[in-house]
Write a protein that binds this ligand. Structure first.
Ligand SMILES: [Zn+2]
Length: 306
Protein backbone atom coordinates (compact mmCIF):
# COMPACT_ATOMS: atom_id res chain seq x y z
CA UNK A 1 0.00 0.00 0.00
CA UNK A 2 1.27 3.43 -0.82
CA UNK A 3 -0.15 6.84 -0.05
CA UNK A 4 0.55 9.74 -2.35
CA UNK A 5 -0.12 13.03 -0.56
CA UNK A 6 -1.16 15.15 -3.49
CA UNK A 7 0.63 18.40 -2.74
CA UNK A 8 0.67 20.20 -6.05
CA UNK A 9 4.03 20.49 -7.68
CA UNK A 10 5.45 17.54 -5.82
CA UNK A 11 4.01 14.20 -4.82
CA UNK A 12 5.11 12.57 -1.60
CA UNK A 13 4.75 8.86 -1.14
CA UNK A 14 4.45 7.37 2.31
CA UNK A 15 4.80 3.66 2.66
CA UNK A 16 3.36 1.96 5.71
CA UNK A 17 6.76 1.57 7.28
CA UNK A 18 9.23 3.90 5.61
CA UNK A 19 8.48 7.42 4.40
CA UNK A 20 9.73 7.77 0.83
CA UNK A 21 9.75 11.03 -1.05
CA UNK A 22 9.15 10.98 -4.80
CA UNK A 23 10.88 14.25 -5.47
CA UNK A 24 12.97 14.59 -2.40
CA UNK A 25 11.77 17.84 -0.90
CA UNK A 26 8.08 18.21 -0.17
CA UNK A 27 6.90 17.52 3.36
CA UNK A 28 3.26 17.65 2.36
CA UNK A 29 2.74 21.26 3.45
CA UNK A 30 1.71 24.00 1.07
CA UNK A 31 4.66 25.79 -0.55
CA UNK A 32 5.54 28.86 1.53
CA UNK A 33 5.71 31.08 -1.53
CA UNK A 34 2.13 30.19 -2.30
CA UNK A 35 0.79 31.34 1.05
CA UNK A 36 0.65 34.96 -0.05
CA UNK A 37 -1.71 33.99 -2.84
CA UNK A 38 -4.51 33.01 -0.51
CA UNK A 39 -6.09 34.42 2.58
CA UNK A 40 -5.15 32.45 5.66
CA UNK A 41 -8.70 31.16 5.96
CA UNK A 42 -8.71 29.88 2.38
CA UNK A 43 -5.32 28.35 2.92
CA UNK A 44 -6.49 26.54 6.05
CA UNK A 45 -9.50 25.25 4.14
CA UNK A 46 -7.29 23.97 1.34
CA UNK A 47 -4.98 22.21 3.76
CA UNK A 48 -7.97 20.65 5.50
CA UNK A 49 -9.33 19.41 2.16
CA UNK A 50 -6.00 18.15 0.85
CA UNK A 51 -6.59 15.00 -1.12
CA UNK A 52 -4.65 11.87 -0.38
CA UNK A 53 -4.53 9.37 -3.21
CA UNK A 54 -3.62 5.82 -2.22
CA UNK A 55 -2.47 3.12 -4.60
CA UNK A 56 -3.99 -0.25 -3.70
CA UNK A 57 -2.22 -2.97 -5.62
CA UNK A 58 -4.33 -5.74 -7.15
CA UNK A 59 -3.61 -8.75 -9.34
CA UNK A 60 -0.17 -8.59 -10.95
CA UNK A 61 -0.01 -4.96 -12.04
CA UNK A 62 -3.32 -3.16 -11.38
CA UNK A 63 -3.69 -0.04 -9.28
CA UNK A 64 -7.02 0.56 -7.55
CA UNK A 65 -7.04 4.21 -6.49
CA UNK A 66 -8.45 5.42 -3.18
CA UNK A 67 -9.35 9.12 -2.81
CA UNK A 68 -9.48 10.51 0.71
CA UNK A 69 -9.58 14.02 2.07
CA UNK A 70 -7.33 14.85 5.00
CA UNK A 71 -9.22 14.53 8.29
CA UNK A 72 -12.07 12.62 6.64
CA UNK A 73 -12.68 8.92 7.14
CA UNK A 74 -14.83 8.36 4.05
CA UNK A 75 -13.18 7.41 0.78
CA UNK A 76 -13.91 7.00 -2.91
CA UNK A 77 -12.54 3.99 -4.78
CA UNK A 78 -11.66 4.03 -8.48
CA UNK A 79 -11.84 0.82 -10.53
CA UNK A 80 -12.03 -1.88 -7.83
CA UNK A 81 -11.18 -4.96 -9.85
CA UNK A 82 -10.84 -6.92 -6.62
CA UNK A 83 -12.76 -6.29 -3.38
CA UNK A 84 -10.37 -7.96 -0.92
CA UNK A 85 -7.46 -5.50 -0.92
CA UNK A 86 -9.98 -2.65 -0.68
CA UNK A 87 -11.84 -4.22 2.24
CA UNK A 88 -8.53 -4.92 3.97
CA UNK A 89 -7.44 -1.29 3.86
CA UNK A 90 -10.88 0.03 4.84
CA UNK A 91 -10.89 -2.19 7.94
CA UNK A 92 -7.27 -1.55 8.84
CA UNK A 93 -7.61 2.23 8.61
CA UNK A 94 -11.23 2.38 9.87
CA UNK A 95 -12.46 4.05 6.70
CA UNK A 96 -15.91 4.03 5.15
CA UNK A 97 -16.69 3.77 1.47
CA UNK A 98 -18.71 6.68 0.05
CA UNK A 99 -18.67 6.06 -3.72
CA UNK A 100 -17.11 4.03 -6.53
CA UNK A 101 -15.90 5.47 -9.84
CA UNK A 102 -15.53 3.14 -12.82
CA UNK A 103 -13.64 3.92 -16.04
CA UNK A 104 -14.70 0.93 -18.17
CA UNK A 105 -16.24 -2.51 -18.04
CA UNK A 106 -13.20 -4.83 -18.03
CA UNK A 107 -13.24 -7.36 -15.20
CA UNK A 108 -9.99 -6.19 -13.66
CA UNK A 109 -11.68 -2.82 -13.08
CA UNK A 110 -15.15 -3.88 -11.88
CA UNK A 111 -14.66 -7.37 -10.42
CA UNK A 112 -14.92 -6.14 -6.82
CA UNK A 113 -17.86 -3.77 -7.24
CA UNK A 114 -20.69 -6.11 -6.24
CA UNK A 115 -18.94 -7.21 -3.03
CA UNK A 116 -18.09 -3.62 -2.07
CA UNK A 117 -21.71 -2.60 -2.62
CA UNK A 118 -22.66 -5.09 0.11
CA UNK A 119 -20.71 -2.94 2.60
CA UNK A 120 -22.83 0.17 2.14
CA UNK A 121 -25.53 1.72 0.00
CA UNK A 122 -23.27 3.84 -2.15
CA UNK A 123 -23.40 5.41 -5.60
CA UNK A 124 -21.58 3.50 -8.33
CA UNK A 125 -20.65 5.97 -11.03
CA UNK A 126 -19.55 4.90 -14.47
CA UNK A 127 -20.57 4.05 -18.02
CA UNK A 128 -23.75 1.98 -18.05
CA UNK A 129 -22.84 -0.56 -20.72
CA UNK A 130 -22.05 -4.04 -19.36
CA UNK A 131 -21.95 -2.86 -15.72
CA UNK A 132 -25.20 -3.73 -13.90
CA UNK A 133 -24.02 -2.25 -10.58
CA UNK A 134 -23.82 1.29 -11.98
CA UNK A 135 -26.36 3.53 -10.23
CA UNK A 136 -25.31 6.78 -11.89
CA UNK A 137 -24.50 6.45 -15.59
CA UNK A 138 -22.24 9.17 -16.95
CA UNK A 139 -21.46 10.56 -20.37
CA UNK A 140 -19.26 13.24 -21.89
CA UNK A 141 -19.32 16.53 -20.02
CA UNK A 142 -21.12 15.27 -16.93
CA UNK A 143 -19.82 16.48 -13.60
CA UNK A 144 -19.87 14.10 -10.65
CA UNK A 145 -19.33 15.32 -7.10
CA UNK A 146 -17.53 12.88 -4.83
CA UNK A 147 -15.20 13.37 -1.88
CA UNK A 148 -16.21 17.04 -1.85
CA UNK A 149 -14.74 17.62 -5.30
CA UNK A 150 -16.09 17.85 -8.83
CA UNK A 151 -14.89 15.41 -11.47
CA UNK A 152 -15.59 16.08 -15.14
CA UNK A 153 -16.36 13.04 -17.25
CA UNK A 154 -14.38 12.76 -20.49
CA UNK A 155 -15.42 10.04 -22.94
CA UNK A 156 -12.31 8.33 -24.30
CA UNK A 157 -13.40 5.41 -26.54
CA UNK A 158 -10.77 3.17 -28.06
CA UNK A 159 -9.55 0.64 -25.47
CA UNK A 160 -13.26 -0.07 -24.97
CA UNK A 161 -16.16 1.84 -26.45
CA UNK A 162 -17.54 2.77 -23.04
CA UNK A 163 -14.27 4.08 -21.55
CA UNK A 164 -14.41 7.36 -19.61
CA UNK A 165 -11.79 9.33 -17.70
CA UNK A 166 -12.39 11.52 -14.65
CA UNK A 167 -10.76 14.94 -14.44
CA UNK A 168 -10.74 16.96 -11.23
CA UNK A 169 -9.88 20.61 -11.76
CA UNK A 170 -10.87 21.84 -8.30
CA UNK A 171 -8.35 19.78 -6.37
CA UNK A 172 -6.78 21.88 -3.60
CA UNK A 173 -3.48 21.05 -5.26
CA UNK A 174 -2.82 20.44 -8.95
CA UNK A 175 -5.51 18.88 -11.19
CA UNK A 176 -6.04 15.12 -11.23
CA UNK A 177 -6.91 12.69 -14.00
CA UNK A 178 -7.99 9.10 -13.53
CA UNK A 179 -7.27 7.73 -16.98
CA UNK A 180 -8.00 4.01 -16.52
CA UNK A 181 -6.56 2.01 -19.42
CA UNK A 182 -6.50 4.88 -21.93
CA UNK A 183 -3.43 6.95 -21.05
CA UNK A 184 -0.63 5.07 -19.29
CA UNK A 185 2.70 6.42 -18.14
CA UNK A 186 4.68 6.56 -21.40
CA UNK A 187 2.07 4.55 -23.24
CA UNK A 188 -1.60 3.93 -24.01
CA UNK A 189 -4.04 1.05 -23.80
CA UNK A 190 -4.53 -1.58 -26.46
CA UNK A 191 -7.43 -1.02 -28.79
CA UNK A 192 -9.94 -3.78 -28.13
CA UNK A 193 -13.26 -2.29 -29.20
CA UNK A 194 -12.71 1.06 -30.89
CA UNK A 195 -10.71 2.17 -33.90
CA UNK A 196 -7.25 3.66 -34.09
CA UNK A 197 -8.72 7.03 -35.02
CA UNK A 198 -11.07 6.90 -32.01
CA UNK A 199 -8.18 6.18 -29.65
CA UNK A 200 -6.09 8.92 -31.23
CA UNK A 201 -8.90 11.46 -30.76
CA UNK A 202 -9.42 10.30 -27.17
CA UNK A 203 -5.76 10.82 -26.32
CA UNK A 204 -5.86 14.25 -27.95
CA UNK A 205 -8.68 15.22 -25.59
CA UNK A 206 -6.47 14.34 -22.63
CA UNK A 207 -3.38 15.99 -24.13
CA UNK A 208 -4.93 19.48 -23.86
CA UNK A 209 -5.61 19.28 -20.13
CA UNK A 210 -3.41 21.48 -17.90
CA UNK A 211 0.20 20.32 -18.06
CA UNK A 212 0.44 20.09 -14.26
CA UNK A 213 -2.36 17.51 -14.20
CA UNK A 214 -1.35 14.41 -12.24
CA UNK A 215 -2.20 11.31 -14.26
CA UNK A 216 -3.36 8.23 -12.34
CA UNK A 217 -3.59 5.25 -14.68
CA UNK A 218 -4.68 1.74 -13.75
CA UNK A 219 -1.60 -0.38 -14.49
CA UNK A 220 2.12 -0.48 -13.74
CA UNK A 221 3.29 -0.80 -17.34
CA UNK A 222 5.83 2.01 -17.33
CA UNK A 223 9.09 0.08 -17.76
CA UNK A 224 7.80 -1.82 -20.82
CA UNK A 225 6.27 1.35 -22.24
CA UNK A 226 9.59 3.17 -21.92
CA UNK A 227 11.41 0.36 -23.72
CA UNK A 228 9.04 0.94 -26.63
CA UNK A 229 9.35 4.74 -26.37
CA UNK A 230 13.12 4.35 -26.58
CA UNK A 231 12.78 2.28 -29.75
CA UNK A 232 10.57 4.99 -31.26
CA UNK A 233 12.73 7.93 -30.16
CA UNK A 234 16.26 6.74 -29.39
CA UNK A 235 17.50 10.35 -29.23
CA UNK A 236 14.90 11.65 -26.76
CA UNK A 237 16.84 12.70 -23.65
CA UNK A 238 13.68 13.01 -21.52
CA UNK A 239 12.88 9.35 -22.20
CA UNK A 240 16.42 8.33 -21.27
CA UNK A 241 16.28 10.23 -17.98
CA UNK A 242 12.83 8.91 -17.12
CA UNK A 243 13.96 5.36 -17.88
CA UNK A 244 16.74 5.74 -15.31
CA UNK A 245 14.28 7.04 -12.69
CA UNK A 246 11.79 4.26 -13.44
CA UNK A 247 14.45 1.56 -13.25
CA UNK A 248 15.37 2.84 -9.79
CA UNK A 249 11.74 3.01 -8.61
CA UNK A 250 10.96 -0.46 -9.92
CA UNK A 251 14.02 -1.90 -8.19
CA UNK A 252 12.73 -0.38 -4.92
CA UNK A 253 9.12 -1.48 -5.46
CA UNK A 254 7.95 2.13 -5.75
CA UNK A 255 5.04 2.81 -8.13
CA UNK A 256 5.89 4.91 -11.16
CA UNK A 257 2.34 6.31 -11.16
CA UNK A 258 1.22 9.09 -11.05
CA UNK A 259 2.98 11.00 -13.76
CA UNK A 260 2.16 14.50 -14.94
CA UNK A 261 0.77 15.48 -18.30
CA UNK A 262 3.90 17.54 -18.82
CA UNK A 263 5.97 14.38 -18.45
CA UNK A 264 3.68 12.51 -20.86
CA UNK A 265 3.95 15.22 -23.50
CA UNK A 266 7.75 14.94 -23.30
CA UNK A 267 8.06 11.15 -23.26
CA UNK A 268 4.90 9.35 -24.42
CA UNK A 269 5.21 8.48 -28.13
CA UNK A 270 1.43 8.23 -28.48
CA UNK A 271 1.16 11.94 -27.56
CA UNK A 272 4.12 12.89 -29.74
CA UNK A 273 2.83 11.90 -33.18
CA UNK A 274 3.81 15.31 -34.62
CA UNK A 275 7.48 14.98 -33.69
CA UNK A 276 10.02 14.39 -36.47
CA UNK A 277 11.75 11.36 -34.96
CA UNK A 278 8.41 9.73 -34.08
CA UNK A 279 7.11 10.30 -37.62
CA UNK A 280 10.30 8.83 -39.07
CA UNK A 281 10.01 5.70 -36.93
CA UNK A 282 6.32 5.31 -37.75
CA UNK A 283 6.97 5.60 -41.47
CA UNK A 284 9.52 2.80 -41.28
CA UNK A 285 6.61 0.59 -40.21
CA UNK A 286 3.86 2.12 -42.37
CA UNK A 287 4.90 4.19 -45.35
CA UNK A 288 1.50 5.90 -45.48
CA UNK A 289 1.84 7.38 -41.99
CA UNK A 290 1.26 10.87 -43.33
CA UNK A 291 -0.89 12.38 -40.57
CA UNK A 292 -0.66 12.39 -36.77
CA UNK A 293 -3.57 9.92 -36.62
CA UNK A 294 -1.86 7.61 -39.12
CA UNK A 295 1.41 7.89 -37.17
CA UNK A 296 -0.53 6.91 -34.06
CA UNK A 297 -2.01 3.87 -35.82
CA UNK A 298 1.44 2.79 -37.00
CA UNK A 299 2.86 3.10 -33.48
CA UNK A 300 -0.04 1.26 -31.85
CA UNK A 301 0.23 -1.66 -34.29
CA UNK A 302 4.01 -1.77 -33.75
CA UNK A 303 3.55 -1.77 -29.97
CA UNK A 304 0.99 -4.62 -30.19
CA UNK A 305 3.84 -6.87 -31.35
CA UNK A 306 6.76 -5.23 -29.58
ZN1 LIG B 1 -9.14 -2.51 -19.73
Amino acid sequence: MLVVCHTGDQSVSLSATHPVQFDGKSNGELPEASLSLWTKATCRERVKNRMEITAIKAFSDNYIWMIKNKNDSSVVIVDPGDAKPVVDILRKQKLTLSAILITHWHADHIGGVSKLCQLADIPVIGPDQHIPEVTQAVTEGDTVSVAGHNFRVIEVPGHTLDHVAYFCADSPQSPLLFSGDTLFVAGCGRIFEGSHSQMYESLQKLAVLPTDTHVYCAHEYTAANLAFATAVEPNNEAIRQLSDEVDHKCSQGIPTVPSTLQQELATNPFLRTDQAEVILSAKQRAVDANSPAAVFASLRQWKDNF
